[in-house]
Design a protein around this ligand. Sequence first.
Ligand code: ADP
Ligand code: MG
Length: 494
Amino acid sequence: MTRRLLLSYLSLTIVILLGFGVSLGLTYASDQRQRAQRLFEREAAVLADLVEQDIRLKDYEDLPRLAAEYARLSDGRVLILDRQAKVLASAPESTTAALSDGEQRDLMTALAGGRATSMRDSVTLGTEVFSVAVPAASGGTTLGAVHLAAPTDEVTEAIHRVVVALAVGALAILGCVAGVGVALARWTTRPIRALENATDRLAGGVLDTPAATNIGPPELRRLAATFNHTAKRLQLLVEQQRGFAADASHQLRTPLTALRLRLENLEPDLAQSGQANLDAAITEIDRLADLVEQLLSLARLEEGGATPAVVDLDEVVAGRIANWTTPAGEQGVHIAVAGVPPGEVLAVPGTLEQILDNLLSNALRVAPRGSTITIDRRRLGRPGMPAVVGDVLLHVRDQGPGMSAEQRRLAFNRFWREPGAAKGGSGLGLAIVARLVQASGAHITLDDAPGGGLDAVIALRPARTEPVLSRLSQYRARHRHGLRERTPAVSASR
Ligand SMILES: Nc1ncnc2c1ncn2[C@@H]1O[C@H](COP(=O)(O)OP(=O)(O)O)[C@@H](O)[C@H]1O
Ligand SMILES: [Mg+2]
């Protein structure tokens, strides 16, 4: 921005300087030339007056001296002619033959009683000259003519000097404008940059460093003050919201647990006919507790702040399988693990467990009796290349009904549940999964599993770049890999 402001100042100055400078230079040049020309005209007229009497009396003796004197004075050339255009005197030594056509025309004009003034290239002087021809007349009768030609060098040099002075002046003005422009542009842009930094910090969730309000033009100072005020209010609101999330977690959890306990205690006193209603009420309470839990973890997630760290994916997978084996077994579903342990990945600690729990609970809800839920994880081989998201893939595949493209598109929306989906669940699970995956810098997609069912794929970034192996290590790695591939997928449950 500083550069753009400076450029606009400079271009404006250049336009103004060019406008003024050029017109000033042109006016000065034409004025100088006119003055010089008038001077020569006067000198020619004086000489014509002096020679007129000599020509009338045919006393030509003095003419060469006069011509030489005028030629020396004007540093040019002087010609004196009689009425028949015969040269009576010339200085320095030259003839009318050496006159250009234009100069001869000027002389003819003078002999005819007129005056001719011009600026033209001279053959004898070899330069641009002022050419003045005037008649030497007495009582209205033209007796002869005087021609004066003097180089324009002096005038041209004077004009050059002024042009150079104008150019130097213009450059000096430009330099000053550049200096003042830089200072002015910095003064204007510094607070804008400070405000931009403050906005960036605010966007990154840091609200405690205010923008400076004591630099730059008053308008920007006011803007910075307003910005700080807004940031402060935002900070207050965010803190209030955080407080609300923490409070609500305590306030809602306790009465729900108490309510469930009281309902359970009612059981012995209840007639058989009321039993079904009691079970339904307890299921609803469980659902409500689950909903509260999910909502709060979503609220905690929105607070942000968690950063990805190195997490052992193999350990997480083993832990989740151990957790889900029993509930899956009770439904006649077994959980299998496939692929190759990929080792450590980058993720926010604790999130992979929540992600797998949500995906496994969804899968188990739709898995038919006797089917298998497979956790497949593997590392794609890119030895020596920098680790990127997608180098490690984690699949949770089930053999349930799967989802249509439209359902998969909606599945990550909060509270979206397929109409007629099995009871239990809040529609928040996949929304939380998406948020957790995002916090870990990973990706999730829902695909069709081969042979039906849903395949949830999470693309993760490995913690380390895969090393480039020697030929021997490559052979060993392949061999080991081959052995693993032949081993049947570990069945965690029957
Ligand atoms: N593995 C799956 N197979 C088929 N449908 C699924 C699967 N996982 C999720 N869904 C559908 O997506 C909806 C949203 O899932 P989710 O966000 O986890 O909410 P909830 O589990 O609380 O219903 C589910 O209600 C279900 O209709
Ligand atoms: Mg769910």
